[in-house]
Structure formats: structure tokens, C-alpha cells
Design a protein around this ligand. Structure first.
Ligand code: FJE
Ligand code: FE
Length: 297
């Protein structure tokens, strides 16, 4: 392999994400955002979600961060208070910058179980009140590279010489790796960034080739220095995991549910804005999603 990592990162903490209830009747395996790991700067939440109709995530607001939804199986329809509506299917991505305010619903679109990952990325104080924006990328437009038994889908950032078209306001990398049995990767990560691995399928060895294999639904925090990740698939099945990294913001975080600001005053203001439908929440006044109209009381 041509890329050489001088100082591979090691696994410093490991968490198993167990299923818990979220939204209305939905199940999430929450790794980042749970009590023991409230924040991993700039990441607020990582949920591996599983939802079947009529369960879902009906009308709710967001302010101050981005949500990144990456579908693994089935489809989810989202609908927002500005009339933006769309369905993302397996392999598709929705990168939503909530900024000053979004109110939306996220509901299953197909039969059976819909599965995916939702990552919440914090915005810096200067970006918290920006205009909301969507970047929606269908599976066929996600850059993919393959080499030596490794396949990587580049959701954000760069790998194996390929780049993602996604613009990340908080500098972020997000890679979906599949390693065939016997393969090995070396992936550069900026030294000053926080980075983690979340395993989706199979079992892998991370950081040190002599360490024990780690299985699906585990989150691994990678050591705070080092210039990359080394990982091995020494098993007989394929290994799939995501590698996510981001530049820490180093700012105070005050969270109240789906509102994430820098101070309690800003949270109080946000609650007021949401209640009064002001400062970005104007269109929340009359709005109700079609999905709620169908399923709701
Ligand atoms: C929620 C605020 C929220 N994990 N994974 C409060 F934003 C949500 C929420 C989600 C969510 C949605 C999808 Cl599609 C996937 C998710 C949280 O919408 F459930 C609560 N309680
Ligand atoms: Fe949401």
C-alpha cells in the first residue's frame, strides 16, 4: 500500500450501542449523545435507527446544528415546513444544515423495516443562525473507490484519491468502508481532528494488529493524536464500518433536546422563537406534515 501512516491512532474507548426507544415507536442504537458520551466535539448524536410504519419521527424542530441521514435499508420520507419534501433510499444521503431553524417530519416510506444512520454535527457559533440548507445525494452520485479488497463510499471528505461533493461547514470526513476478508486499510485523518469508527457488519481489528476483534454496533473513539487509522479484516466475512472525523469547535455547548446553542440565554431565546414562530420559525405557525395528517390523531 502506498499511503504510509506515521502514527496510527489507537482505540481509547469502546461503547456498545444498545437499542432504545426514540421518536414515536422507533428504535435507535445511540452511541454518541447517550449519558456516558454526551458530546464528542463536534459530534452531538450518532443513532443507528430502525423504524417501521406507523412508527417514525413526526413533526419536530431543530436549531444550531446539522443532521446527516444515511440510509442502509428501505427508505425515509422527510417533509419540512417550507414545503421541501423528498424520499431517501438505501445508499442515499441527506445532509441537512438546520441553522436558525427547521421543523420537519422523518417517516418510513416503505414496507418492512427502514434502517439508517443519523449523525448530528454541531455548528460553530458563527454558523448556528445561518439559513437552512439541504444537500441531497442519491446513491449513484456518491463517490466510490475500490482497491485491494477494500471498497469505500465517500460521504464527506476524501479517500483513495476520490472526493465527495458535499460541503461541510464544520470540517468533517465521513467514509463508509467495506473490507473483504484478509484486507487492510490505512486511512489518513487530520491530526487535530476528533475521529471515531462505528461498526455496521462483521468484525474488525482497529488501531493495533494484535488487538482483539470488535463486532457490529460498537463505537470506537480513536486516540486524540496520530495521523490516520489502520484496520484489518482477519475474519472470514466482510467487514463494514464508518469512519467519521471532524475538527473540534472548542466552544461551550448548551443543548435542550433538538436545540443546540452556546449559552442558556440562547436556548431560552430559541424556545421563545419556537413558541412564538419568530426568528426562523415563522412558517411553523400553520404547518403540519402530511404524514402527521395521515397517521396522527
Ligand atoms: C427525536 C429530537 C429529534 N434520531 N434518527 C428529539 F430530532 C428526534 C429525531 C431523531 C431521528 C430521526 C431519524 Cl430519521 C433518525 C433519529 C433522533 O427525529 F427522536 C427526538 N426525540
Ligand atoms: Fe429531525
Amino acid at each position: 500500500m502506498s499511503i504510509v501512516i506515521k502514527e496510527p491512532r489507537t482505540v481509547v474507548r469502546k461503547f456498545l450501542a444498545r437499542p432504545q426507544r426514540e421518536g414515536v415507536g422507533a428504535t435507535v442504537r445511540r452511541s454518541i449523545g447517550r449519558f456516558e458520551l454526551k458530546y464528542f466535539d463536534p459530534f452531538l448524536v450518532l443513532d443507528e435507527f430502525s423504524v417501521s410504519a406507523p412508527a417514525g419521527f413526526p413533526d419536530h424542530p431543530h436549531r444550531g446544528f446539522e443532521t446527516v441521514t444515511y440510509m442502509l435499508q428501505g427508505a425515509v420520507t422527510h417533509e419540512d415546513f417550507e414545503g421541501h419534501k423528498g424520499t431517501i433510499e438505501a445508499g442515499d444521503l441527506q445532509w441537512m444544515t438546520a441553522g436558525r431553524g427547521i421543523v420537519h417530519s422523518e417517516m418510513p416510506a416503505g414496507q418492512g423495516t427502514q434502517k439508517g444512520l443519523q449523525l448530528w454535527i454541531n455548528l460553530s457559533s458563527k454558523d448556528k443562525m445561518i439559513e437552512p440548507r439541504y444537500q441531497e445525494i442519491t446513491s449513484k452520485d456518491i463517490s466510490e473507490a475500490a482497491k485491494d479488497g477494500i471498497k469505500v463510499r465517500i460521504i464527506a471528505g476524501e479517500a483513495l484519491g476520490m472526493k465527495s461533493p458535499v460541503y461541510t461547514r464544520t470540517p468533517t470526513m465521513y467514509l463508509d468502508f467495506t473490507l473483504n476478508p484478509g484486507s487492510h486499510i490505512q486511512q489518513p485523518i487530520p491530526v487535530s481532528w476528533n475521529a471515531f469508527v462505528y461498526i455496521l457488519e462483521g468484525e474488525g481489528i482497529f488501531g493495533n494488529s494484535r488487538s482483539s476483534p470488535i463486532t457490529a454496533h460498537h463505537l470506537l473513539l480513536l486516540g486524540g493524536s496520530g495521523d490516520g487509522l489502520e484496520a484489518w479484516n482477519k475474519s472470514s466475512k466482510s467487514l463494514r464500518f464508518i469512519l467519521v472525523g471532524g475538527e473540534p469547535l472548542g466552544e461551550p455547548v448548551v443543548q435542550f433536546g433538538p436545540f443546540v446553542m452556546n449559552s442558556q440565554e440562547e436556548i431560552d431565546q430559541t424556545v421563545e422563537d419556537y413558541e412564538n414562530c419568530t426568528n426562523g420559525f415563522e412558517k411553523a405557525r400553520q404547518w403540519k406534515s402530511e404524514s402527521t395528517t395521515v397517521f396522527g390523531s
